[in-house]
Design a binder for this molecule. Structure first.
Ligand SMILES: [Zn+2]
Ligand SMILES: [Zn+2]
Length: 389
């Protein structure tokens, strides 16, 4: 089959690799019909993620048709159309039973590597280095999905791929970022970063009852999309004093909820490790780590700061005293995709939202290297790339 493989920093290639096989009785094989390049794939593309090896197949946002199932699979059968969550969960462990799906204890065979870094290992991920299990990803024609009964969302309507694809990652991530904050009517929600996750956080904030949403970014096309599609008030942080503007909008108090949808790099659901590498990225892109600090400083007393953005190591100059003395609540972590996706699918079916509004580029899988280049450098006003094998 054809698959996108990593060969080194900024060097990805579509090559022929062996078709995946069922290797456990709970596995299934999915024939991919659509996959996306995620902001967090750009960390891999930049060579910032350790334990990624030459030849690894990338991609963790994908969907398709089930073509084969193992003998213990009960809930899916060949022919079913499914979206697959980016994190792999077993459904049975201590964490899965508590709906903490992204913290599954059994899906990462290389847990020891991650435990060294974090004290404990999060769930395995598709196409995201060996520290996260070394699973081949979904930017390919076929993918092996472990624990098939747990790791799928069945699509039984005629909704298009682009409408449902993102419940497996970025839509769920943006939604959770706001949901965990307990939005109240009348709230003002400020979102740093108007990339895909930020835009979904804004949409979700409105769906959950926020009165006003603010988008903070510097790319005009992103701010415009936030305004037009999410009803957000745009702030260009290169032109305005963000904290002052937010104060003016809230009688001097600050936003009730502040979402850092920037993280240390492009987008995020929580994966990035070596501090030196992070510092390197920070040196190159000095705007990015400032988002979290600014969110903490801007947030009103007693408010909530939520972090779907990616962090992997220690942070310099985190204003912990400000967070403490203002009595802030901090929320963060990788998305519990399984907890949110079914309800999001219902909202899509009810026409409350059409997530395809973020797609700017549609390419064939063979053109994936070009897709990475466009997305990484935000050429052609790129916001989201969808690939079709
Ligand atoms: Zn992702
Ligand atoms: Zn589990």
């Amino acid at each position: 089959m054809k698959a996108l493989r990593y060969h080194g920093a900024r060097d990805v290639r579509v090559e022929t690799v062996p078709d995946p096989q069922l290797s456990e009785p709970r596995d299934m094989i999915v024939k991919v019909t659509a996959c996306a390049i995620c902001g967090s794939d750009l960390h891999l593309y930049e060579g910032l993620i350790p334990t990624l090896q030459k030849g690894d197949v990338l991609g963790h946002e994908f969907m398709g048709e089930v073509v084969e199932v193992g003998r213990e699979v009960r809930d899916v059968k060949p022919g079913d159309r499914v979206v697959v969550p980016f994190n792999i969960s077993c459904g049975d462990c201590y964490f899965c039973k508590r709906q903490l799906w992204s913290l599954c204890d059994r899906s990462n065979p290389n847990a020891a590597l991650a435990t060294k870094q974090f004290g404990a290992a999060p769930a395995g991920l598709f196409g995201y280095s060996h520290m996260f299990g070394g699973y081949p990803g979904g930017q390919a024609e076929y993918v092996r999905v472990p624990f098939a009964d747990v790791n799928h969302f069945k699509i039984e309507s005629d909704l298009g791929d682009e409408q449902v694809l993102f419940i497996g990652d970025i839509f769920a991530t943006g939604f959770m970022a706001v949901d965990v904050c307990g939005v109240q009517p009348g709230d003002l929600v400020a979102v740093w970063g108007a990339g895909p996750v930020g835009l979904f956080a804004m949409k979700s904030a409105k769906m959950l009852g926020a009165e006003r949403v603010v988008a903070i970014d510097r790319f005009p096309e992103r701010l415009e999309l936030a305004r037009a599609q999410c009803g957000a008030v745009p702030i260009d942080y290169e032109k305005s004093d963000v904290i002052e503007v937010l104060k003016e909008m809230t009688s001097g108090r600050g936003p009730d909820i502040c979402v850092d949808a920037v993280g240390m790099e492009a987008h995020g659901h929580g994966l990035e490790f070596w501090y030196d590498r992070v510092k390197q990225a920070v040196g190159l892109q000095p705007d990015r780590p400032t988002a979290l600090r600014q969110a903490v400083m801007a947030c009103r007393k007693g408010g909530t700061v939520s972090v779907p953005g990616v962090y992997g190591g220690p942070i310099d100059h985190f204003p912990f005293g400000a967070a403490f003395n203002k009595g802030l609540t901090l929320k963060m972590g990788q998305t519990h995709t399984h907890r949110y996706a079914p309800a999001l699918l219902q909202r899509i079916a009810a026409r409350e939202i059409d997530p395809s509004f973020i797609v700017t580029h549609r390419l064939h899988l063979e053109e994936a290297p070009k897709g990475y280049d466009i997305f990484q450098h935000k050429k052609e006003a790129c916001i989201k790339v969808v690939l079709r094998p």
